[in-house]
Design a binder for this molecule. Structure first.
Ligand code: ADP
Ligand code: NI
Length: 214
């Protein structure tokens, strides 16, 4: 039963993200799914709830599906079609609601399951993969790699963060470098530490090369 729903959810997101090249492709969802499952097992969270929330966490994303981002209609319809009970659907939608990075308006998830999914999503935005996604996103949104004349905007709230059109390097200061401190599970914190170091090392090297010092 669980295996069938998970297979259906994988097929559903594969189909939905097939034309997506902004760092939000199917493989992002699939990595988050596997990492969230690992965190759930290490932290003792309910694994199926975490798996389903991870697989569906971006199907109603603000940028991909602005019409359903408030209602989570795609995720809700999918779960109902699969016969998931209403109580569990409510838990999964709550996790999806709380997962997103919204600058200073980001929230700490109210459940352990939500913490596993949020940490997994954030881990995918840092480290080597996070760097690759950041520049893929920047390119697909016609953002410059770097502009030394445009400083990063720190402490943005949700409205400012959504409006921001900053360079990919500024995105490191505005989001990526903040993520390791925002992890809420012990396993997530541990994994983030190494990925954060890699991110910082890349940035240092990039800026040295920019100045022709290396
Ligand atoms: P997530 O799926 O982790 O919630 P987002 O929807 O915020 O991620 O963005 C998708 C990817 O693009 C992430 O890796 C994120 O860091 C990156 N990204 C988002 N905004 C920008 C930006 N302004 N410049 C560069 N990369 C960005
Ligand atoms: Ni995501």
């Amino acid at each position: 039963m669980n295996e069938r729903i998970l297979d259906e959810a994988v097929d559903f997101v594969k189909q939905l993200f097939r034309e997506e090249y902004s760092g939000h492709d199917f493989f992002h969802t699939y990595r988050v799914f596997r990492m969230a499952q690992r965190l759930a097992e290490e932290e003792g969270a309910d694994v199926l709830t975490v798996q389903l929330a991870a697989l569906l966490h971006d199907v109603d994303d603000r940028k991909l599906s602005p019409d359903t981002c408030l209602t989570h209609a795609r995720a809700k319809t999918f779960l109902r079609e699969q016969g998931v009970e209403e109580k569990q659907i409510g838990q999964i939608l709550q996790i999806i609601e709380e997962v997103s990075f919204r600058g200073t308006d980001s929230v700490v998830p109210s459940t352990l399951e939500g913490k596993c999914v949020q940490d997994a999503d954030r881990l995918d935005a840092i480290g080597a993969i996070g760097i690759a996604r950041c520049f893929a996103y920047g390119g697909s949104h016609h953002r410059l790699i770097h502009d030394p004349d445009s400083p990063p905007s720190l402490n943005m709230d949700a409205a400012a963060y959504y409006k921001s059109e900053s360079t990919s390097i500024n995105h490191f200061y505005e989001k990526l470098l903040l993520l390791s401190d925002s992890m809420t599970t012990p396993s997530g914190k541990r994994i983030a530490r190494e990925r954060h170091r890699y991110l910082q090392g890349f940035l240092d090297e990039f800026l040295e090369e920019w100045e022709g010092k290396r």
